[in-house]
Design a protein around this ligand. Structure first.
Ligand code: SF4
Length: 911
């Protein structure tokens, strides 16, 4: 990875946003709010939206504009939402650490977004006997503590409406460090600020509605009016009655110390913090800086973009003309690989290019806001001299950055900090500048000024630990970015492509200077400069400059000049796969029910067993749709076979009386066609929605060379739950029970090899399928229409009948027809006597019989004959009424009779 001009700055923490606005498009408002907070984190983005019944969490790696689009947002209707943009400070930069974090406990579902960093993470994990790997980040740990506390509060008799608030007020005092939080359950939004108020959090009003945000521009962008800052140590709960506050911390813990670096660099310039304009403060920093060691020069220039306001102030106060010396390429990509030192040096120019005509022969004052590791400042200075600068006088609008931050900024280990290893004059020499001046701390505090409305000493109002080494909250020795991951990988962990932590932990336990791909945004809409990727360049005092780091060596392997074989050459299109996933993700999320714990994208689908079961039994089933897929392929119709798949799988489950919980699919193709996948998945999603089960994951595999390009196969797997003593086994079936048939208008997914051989001419499959199914109905349905008639999904009907009637057995009529499946649900000593005149067969069955001269016995063994399920019950009328209430027709088609030998089916017409 190349050196990055932003590398000399600490990485920002996170941005949080929340809105409670019934009747407004809360997901869109959250999107706008997060967009305004993009500068605080570019690794991942997410939001949780509640429609007052369901809480849906959507999060992905990437920028806000990459994670959300109109299609995604359109699926996120609700009345309240929280959102988050992440830069990792505890826990690696991986999907499972993206936020909001979601938890479900009993009937309470909640989500949490965190800006900051806990300092007692390891102690809390140990205190609560958290098993290694249970949680991966401090935020995850917080959510776990809250979930446990919810249970405690519930056991104490706290009502559902107050559970989350009570849990928050009980857990927050146990946390130490920096935490500005937004939380929500299905009804309310909660904001929390730690007793030091390290990170900002503001409250705004939107008419009668309410907004919380890390910074005031996020209020502006959604049209909200600033109301006030959330006080350090305050918990604000926003519900139907509006905001109301709790103060759960002991008074002696309240010690407001806002991060001073919010003013220097982190916050947007148009933000107001503590009643102060950040932009004005930065201009004043430059003004005061000009009085320290004045220098004769021809031009003052700022390092784009966050050095510009201080440069303006410097120029104004010094009388030296302000000019532009560096042009920032705003469209730079997120990361790129540079195989050599020579090319790495060029990397600075990828972001910044000198404006030669303004620089040549000039004595320059170059103003930047901070220098953390120094590598790219050095490269930038060299670039200015290469462009003809006569002198470079470096001015920094903050004091030397000598100590790591543990309160939510990823600065790297202390031994990587330039000013921790060198004196100012050594740094001056290292950078190769004519002079170097850092703003003194007193001058920085004077530039920021006292809190509006007070005349207190600013030194008491701020954290400046990274400048002074005096930490307002004690730092344990084992705090660090990967503190929870050092003992065990998270449940879903996987090494990243380049390794997770190239610098590793060290004795000081500081956050590592990782090669996380969190990086500069190429987003021209953002008003603020963004931090870039951490460079692989060694810090001065570390390895020799030309000695590649382990990470750099790995990257050189990636850029081996030998002709490279690619997956695309081998017939697998990763682009098509990504496109297919992009299209189907919003659809999949529509199926998510409250039990879903994690969004699509993890290594395993997570689903929490619903509460209320005393002895829950999990029931599973798997199936495909057979050669009905071949009909879909020949007809090029893909929107119904997904429904068939759900019907085949879920309707097996419900025969045990199980309520469907979740579904997974497997799709294998010769060549991945996103259009086809989208259509197929649209049917599958519709099926899952009908069945009331969540689609929690799946696999899409492209098999070039082993499957024809046009070939496709699909399989499904589902899990349901039933109370042990309500399990339907068929043992209760008794002579005298009625047999109720649930009608099926088509073949479902059975007998298609026979149907195809009879109805489709192999020499003209397209013509056969397009032809009218029935000679006497030339304008009627085609053969394709009849064969691709979607299967009825019976699970809602089964759930309805189980609520109303005694049901002794349920048989799903699949391959083997009535004669093969009804006996599967009956005990020894009984038989099913069916009267085939009591229902009407689908006409296509008769047509297959006619055209293929298929015998009646064969029809009975192959097709369902128009009955998709058979229910043995003493309450047939109740069953029929119950299934009709959800749109399924039923009829009494026979009865159970005593018999000798194994169960079987007899048709009355045979006797
Ligand atoms: Fe801000 Fe520095 Fe304090 Fe961290 S240590 S909170 S960056 S002032």
């Amino acid at each position: 990875m190349v050196a990055d001009p932003d590398d000399d700055r600490p990485k920002e923490a996170c941005g949080v946003f929340a809105v409670r606005a019934p009747g407004r498009a809360v997901a869109h408002l959250t999107y706008l709010g997060l967009y305004a907070l993009q500068h605080r984190g570019q690794e991942s983005a997410g939001m949780a939206v509640s429609d007052r019944e369901h809480l849906t969490v959507t999060k992905e790696m990437g920028l806000v504009s990459h994670v959300f689009d109109d299609r995604t947002l359109a699926t996120l209707e609700g009345e309240l939402a929280i959102g988050h943009t992440r830069y990792s400070t505890t826990g690696s930069s991986e999907w499972w650490n993206a936020q909001p974090v979601y938890r479900s406990t009993g009937d309470l579902n909640f989500a949490l977004g965190h800006n900051g960093n806990l300092t007692n993470t390891a102690a809390l994990a140990a205190e609560t006997a958290m098993l290694p790997g249970t949680v991966a980040s401090d935020t995850d740990l917080m959510a776990e503590l809250l979930a446990l506390e919810v249970e405690t509060q519930r056991n104490l008799g706290v009502g559902d409406d107050d559970l989350l608030t009570e849990a928050v007020c009980a857990v927050m005092p146990r946390l130490e460090g920096a935490f500005s939080l937004v939380l929500c359950d299905t009804d309310q939004v909660i904001g929390v600020r730690d007793p030091n108020g390290f990170r900002p959090l503001v409250l705004g009003s939107l008419g009668n509605d309410w907004v919380l945000a890390s910074e005031t521009p996020a209020l502006d962008v959604v049209g909200a009016t600033f109301v006030r800052e959330i006080e350090p140590g305050e918990v604000v709960v926003i519900d139907d009655a509006g905001p109301h506050s709790h103060f759960p911390f002991d008074d002696d813990r309240i010690n407001p110390t806002l991060c001073l670096f919010e003013f220097v660099y982190f916050a947007r310039p148009d933000t107001f913090l503590g009643g102060r304009s950040v932009h004005s403060a930065r201009v004043r920093m430059g003004e005061v800086l000009s009085t320290q060691r004045p220098v004769e020069a021809d031009m003052v220039m700022g390092v784009p973009e966050s050095g510009i306001p201080a440069a303006e102030g410097y120029a104004r106060a010094s009388g030296i003309p302000f000019g532009q010396g560096l042009v920032k390429n705003r469209y730079i990509g997120r990361t790129f690989i540079a195989p050599s030192q020579e090319v790495r040096a060029l990397g600075v120019r990828m972001k910044l290019n000198p404006l030669r005509e303004n620089i040549e022969g000039q004595r320059l004052v170059v103003v930047d806001d901070s220098i953390v590791r120094g590598t790219t400042t050095k490269a930038m200075v060299a670039m200015l001299f290469d462009a003809g600068a006569a002198e470079v006088h470096m001015r920094v609008s903050s004091p030397p950055y000598r100590w790591p931050c543990f309160y939510g900024m990823d600065t790297g280990a202390r031994d990587t900090l330039l000013a921790a290893n060198m004196t100012v004059s050594e740094i001056e020499e290292y950078l190769g500048v004519d002079s170097l001046v850092y703003l003194e701390l007193d001058n920085l505090l004077a530039a920021v000024g006292p809190t509006k409305g007070t005349d207190g000493d600013p030194a008491d109002e701020f954290c400046a630990a990274c400048l002074t080494g005096t930490y307002p909250v004690e730092i344990p020795v084992n705090v660090g970015k990967h503190v929870l991951e050092q003992t065990a990988a998270p449940v879903a962990s996987q090494p990243s492509l380049y390794g997770d932590d190239v610098s590793g932990g060290n004795g000081s336990g500081t956050g590592s200077a990782s090669d996380d791909p969190g990086s500069a945004s190429d987003d021209p809409g953002s008003a603020s400069d963004h931090p870039g990727s951490a460079s692989d360049d060694p810090a001065p005092g570390g390895s020799a400059p030309d000695e590649p780091t382990a990470s750099a060596r790995r990257r050189r392997v990636v850029s081996d000049p030998k002709p490279a074989a690619t997956y695309a050459d081998a017939g697998v299109s990763l682009d098509a796969g990504e496109e297919a996933v992009r299209r189907i993700l919003p659809m999949l999320r529509r199926t998510h029910t409250p039990g879903v714990i994690a969004d699509i994208g993890g290594f395993g689908g997570l689903f929490e067993l619903p509460s209320g079961y005393e002895r829950p039994v999990l029931v599973s089933s798997t199936d495909g749709v057979g050669t009905k897929l071949e009909v879909a392929r020949l007809a090029d119709r893909w929107d119904t076979v997904g429904l068939d798949l759900v019907a085949m799988v879920v309707d097996d489950l419900v025969c045990c009386g199980a309520k469907p919980l979740f579904f997974l699919d497997y799709l294998a193709v010769g060549r991945l066609d996103p259009d086809r996948v989208e259509l197929l998945m649209s049917g599958l999603v519709a099926g899952c929605e009908t069945a009331g089960c969540a689609l929690v994951g799946g696999e899409m595999a492209e098999h070039p060379g082993t499957m024809d390009p046009d070939a496709l196969d699909v399989a499904g797997f589902a899990v349901g739950v039933v109370e042990r003593d309500r399990l339907i086994t068929g043992d209760a079936v008794a002579p005298g029970d009625s047999l109720v048939g649930l009608l099926s208008p088509g073949l479902r997914s059975n007998g298609f090899s026979l149907a195809r051989s009879v109805l489709i001419d192999p020499d003209d499959p397209a013509g056969s399928l397009a032809a009218p199914a029935y000679a006497d109905a030339p304008a009627g349905p085609s053969v394709a229409d009849e064969l691709l008639c979607p299967s009825v999904i019976y699970s809602p009907a089964v759930m309805a009948m189980l609520d109303e009637a005694q049901v002794n057995s349920i048989a799903h009529i699949t391959g083997g027809g009535l004669v093969g499946n009804v006996p599967r649900a009956m005990p020894e000593g009984t038989e099913a006597r069916l009267d085939a005149t009591t229902w009407e067969r689908p006409r296509i069955v008769a047509e297959i019989a006619r055209r293929g001269n298929v015998a009646e016995d064969e029809l009975r063994r192959v097709f369902n004959l128009g009955i998709g399920m058979v229910v043995a019950t003493p309450d047939p009328d109740v069953v029929i009424a119950a299934v009709r209430s959800v749109g399924v027709e039923g009829a009494i088609i026979g009865e159970v009779a005593p018999a000798d030998g194994p169960p079987q089916v007899r048709f009355s017409s045979d006797q």
